[in-house]
Design a binder for this molecule. Structure first.
Ligand code: FAD
Length: 352
């Protein structure tokens, strides 16, 4: 019988990606609901030492596949290794980060295993699928007990993701196939606190590779010299929308961000206009952020934007339209002109 919840780790140069640690924390909660274990899958070359970090982030066990073929991420050998592991261990659920690697690897593995895949999830839950169908069909109060008696209490993974351009949130289940597979957007799951010294099992899994498994030749790996800004790490984001009027006004928002120890970010409108780089975009097709403070300046609050920032600890919005949707998700709303409010804010913060 399929069991346990597997999290496929993403690593570059032996550094475990943040999304993997987020998923391990989330998997711990889901596994508790299922009464199953969290298993981390770590693939690479000379990376076994990283298994402990995954255990401290929530894994009960880590299965390590090491081979020189897996030193750099290449689709074919990684697909072969993970497919073999899934066939051997028969997991109930397999989770990946919806990063460029996860988005490449997960669908190939799902196709080889003949199972389904829900891409780009923003929420995961465990509940009883048949129970809820049953609940709709009856008004009986003690449905839980009856569902159990009828064998309708299978717990399945409920995967939520935006659909139709972000206008609806779709709930997807993988009814009859196993494993249930999902990629999850980086930043949507809260990073759980690490548990230093936590004990767990580490197991090796061997995969026999042939030279034909490597269908590309890596000639050189050129590391990015300019460190890309990662707005998902920022504690404070000062975000500009079309209402700031021009690319130039980001200089003023940058002053606010500097005074608050944060970064600037943006709505998609301004990225599309070429006012700011794509790596600053918040939203459904940008990044999901959860800073302590999100200061939205001249952003209307389209559903696709809100999808990326609604989990911020505190949202303060400045908009001259008092009916702007951004106010519905704001802790504090300032109805006014950005160009009047921002200079006052800079002034006040400078004095402070
Ligand atoms: P607008 O909607 O034009 O809003 C500008 C706001 O500024 C208005 O509310 C206005 O009242 C206010 N304003 C104007 N002047 C001032 C002033 N001087 N002072 C104060 N307020 C002022 N959008 C994203 O942001 N992220 C995404 O990831 C994303 N993904 C998308 C994916 C799809 C499939 C689709 C279809 C759309 C997506 N969008 C995304 C676009 C989204 O629908 C909106 O078009 C976009 O968010 C609007 O950006 P905005 O709020 O900056 O601009």
């Amino acid at each position: 019988m399929s069991k346990d919840l597997y999290v496929v780790a993403e690593q570059r140069d032996g550094e475990i990606a943040k999304v993997t640690l987020e998923l391990l924390g989330e998997a711990t909660k889901l596994a508790a609901d299922l009464g199953e274990k969290v298993v981390g899958v770590l693939m690479g070359d000379g990376i076994k030492g990283k298994a402990q970090e995954m255990i401290e982030a929530g894994a009960d066990k880590v299965i390590v596949i090491e081979d020189p073929m897996l030193a750099e991420y290449v689709t074919e050998p990684y697909t072969k290794a993970l497919t073999a592991l899934i066939k051997e261990y028969d997991p109930n659920i397999v989770l990946f980060g919806a990063s460029s690697i996860g988005r490449d690897l997960a669908p190939r593995v799902a196709a080889r295993i003949h199972t389904g895949l829900t891409a780009d999830c923003t929420h995961l839950d465990i509940d009883m699928e048949k129970y809820f169908e049953f609940l709709h069909a009856t008004s009986t109060a003690d449905t839980d007990a009856i569902a159990k008696k009828l064998g309708m209490d299978d717990k399945t993974l409920k995967m939520t993701r935006p659909a139709f351009g972000g206008n609806v949130m779709a709930t997807i289940r993988c009814a009859d196939y196993r494993p249930q597979m999902a990629t999850v957007r980086p930043g949507v799951m809260k990073l759980a606190e690490a548990q230093p010294g936590k004990q767990g099992e580490v197991e090796d899994f061997k995969v026999e590779f042939t030279p034909e498994d490597m269908n590309v030749t890596i000639k050189e790996v050129i590391k990015e010299t300019k460190k890309a800004v990662d707005i998902t790490d920022a504690k404070v984001l000062v975000s500009g929308g079309r209402g700031i009027g021009s690319a130039d006004y980001y200089k003023e928002l940058q002053k606010v961000a500097d005074l608050l120890g944060g970064e600037i970010s943006s709505s998609r409108a301004n990225v599309d206009a070429g006012w700011i780089a794509k790596d600053r975009q918040v939203g459904q097709t940008g990044k999901t952020v959860r800073p302590d403070l999100y200061l939205a300046c001249g952003i209307s609050g389209a559903i696709q934007h809100i999808a990326g920032m609604e989990n911020s600890e505190c949202v303060i919005s400045i908009n001259k339209n008092d009916t702007a949707a951004i106010f519905d998700v704001s802790d504090l709303g300032i109805v006014g002109d950005v160009k009047v409010i921002i200079p006052k804010l800079i002034d006040a913060l400078t004095k402070y």
